[in-house]
Design a protein around this ligand. Structure first.
Ligand SMILES: [Zn+2]
Length: 454
């Protein structure tokens, strides 16, 4: 094979990429709009099957692992550790057409295009559709990525249940997977993992540029707050004598949001669930239990926020004659992504004519789980822009990573090839205007859904 230079064009099949995004968006499409592809459901199976077909069509070596992640692989001539890219295939109810799907389709397109253009690489390249990230069905999340990263919890397949009471293990068996073998999905040979993901916050949308390179993933703590008061008759008990647990919890929820607001961006705190007891129309609630999700990329600031939340809850409880108990359900520290890989992504963006924004990701994403196993980085793309750009960024970064293993490092480091790269990327953006319109529905839906959820 002839030597590869960074000036060579690597075309992607843009129409195919867009067609595939539309194809995935049909699998689990809800009549009311949005998509629902819960883990191990028929819609999920259908999506995984079609991704495996695309990988086979491209001539990749396709493998479904023990939890259902689907991998497509090019065997590198020198072997060694793997460079991989992908994202999750599951969606929450009413999810957008690009959430997860973009990272999967772009990875398949990037690896396939490199394979078709250059044949065998020196390094092993893989693309992957991760089976679950979103907590889309069971009371667990990052199931697929945690399996790869050897971070499954003992007994999880029997403990985690969906809304109908089915266990994760039962759902696995329904799609031909054996829960007893889940731990064999672990991969100890990943060197680099890149995830392309749509932005789920407003920063790129409001301030630009079109691309972000994520350098840190915020740490997440989940708290459970139980407030105890006195259940009383809603008619007989005077207002000024009540110890209403729900009113106490409500005041705490406002104070918690205030604490995050006072700390300022990127601190966030969210009361996401609340339950009251005895939960009767004519009874003053004697107990209220709610959850708090709180995040900050700086570990000390995050601890400070958790302390402030606890102090505020205790103060309100004492003012209202209530008791409060705070339990930590989950505590995931912030993750710093590989500077080596984020630098490659940044340079690829610059070569394509975009100086990317360095970002902290508030959402966890697949890559957070891999941080202990591989050099991980991610690009976040602005969701408002038209989509064709995004495919090219994935290709660019994969190509750069591919290049780093195959092309001379001096050439990679040289910025003189930038205009040629930009030309390459621009060349693959073109698409007839009418076709663009045909896709608008899904993508507009992504933005609208995010706005509703903001
Ligand atoms: Zn996602």
């Amino acid at each position: 094979m002839s030597a590869i230079t960074t000036r060579e064009l690597v075309e992607i099949d843009e129409r195919r990429l867009l067609r595939r995004l539309d194809d995935l968006a049909q699998r689990g499409a809800l009549p009311t709009g949005g998509i629902y592809r819960p883990l191990y459901s028929p819609a999920w199976s259908s999506a995984m099957d079609i991704v495996a077909v695309w990988m086979k069509e491209a001539g990749l070596l396709v493998k479904r692992d023990a939890v259902g992640n689907v991998w497509g692989r090019i065997e590198g001539s020198r072997g060694g550790r793997v460079i991989a890219s992908g994202s999750h295939i599951d969606t929450v109810r009413g999810g957008g057409a690009l959430d997860g799907a973009l990272g999967v389709v772009a990875a398949v397109e990037a690896v396939s295009s490199l394979w078709q253009r250059f044949g065998r690489s020196t390094r092993i390249l893989e693309c992957v559709a991760i089976c679950e990230e979103e907590g889309s069905r069971f009371d667990t999340n990052f199931w697929g990525a945690r399996a790869i990263a050897d971070r499954l919890e003992p007994g999880e397949t029997e403990r985690a249940r969906d809304g109908d009471g089915a266990t994760l293990g039962e759902a696995m068996r329904s799609v031909g997977l054996d829960p007893a073998t889940a731990s064999t999905a672990v991969r100890r040979d990943l060197d680099v993992f890149v995830e392309l993901h749509i932005e789920q916050g407003p920063i790129l949308e409001d301030h630009g540029p079109r691309l972000g390179v994520v350098t840190t993933i915020a740490g997440t703590a989940h708290l459970e707050v139980t407030v105890r008061g006195q259940p009383d008759h809603a008619g007989a008990m005077a207002m000024d004598r009540r110890r209403d647990a729900f009113l106490g919890a409500s005041a705490m929820a406002l104070a918690i949001a205030d604490a995050a607001l006072r700390m300022g961006h990127p601190a966030v705190a969210t009361v996401g669930t609340i339950a009251v007891e005895p939960s009767q129309v004519n009874v003053v609630p004697g107990l209220a239990r709610f959850t708090v999700d709180t995040r900050h990329p700086d570990p000390s600031r995050r601890s400070e926020l958790i302390t402030q939340i606890g102090d505020a809850a205790k103060k309100i409880a004492s003012e209202r004659g209530l008791s409060v108990e705070i339990k930590t359900l989950r505590d995931r520290p912030p993750v710093t992504l590989s500077p080596r890989v984020t630098d490659v992504l940044r340079r690829a963006s610059v070569a394509a004519g975009v100086e990317p924004r360095e970002m902290t990701s508030g959402a966890g994403h697949v890559r957070g789980c891999f941080s202990c196993r591989a050099s991980v980085a991610a690009r976040t793309v602005r969701r408002k822009r038209r989509r064709p750009k995004t495919s090219c960024w994935a290709l660019a970064c994969s190509r750069r990573l591919f290049a780093s293993s195959r092309i001379s490092r001096e050439r990679l480091a040289s910025r003189r090839d930038a205009p040629a790269d930009a030309g390459l990327l621009a060349s693959s953006h073109r698409r007839p205007a009418g076709e663009r319109d045909a896709h608008r529905g899904h993508w507009a839906g992504d933005a609208a859904r995010r706005r509703r959820g903001r």
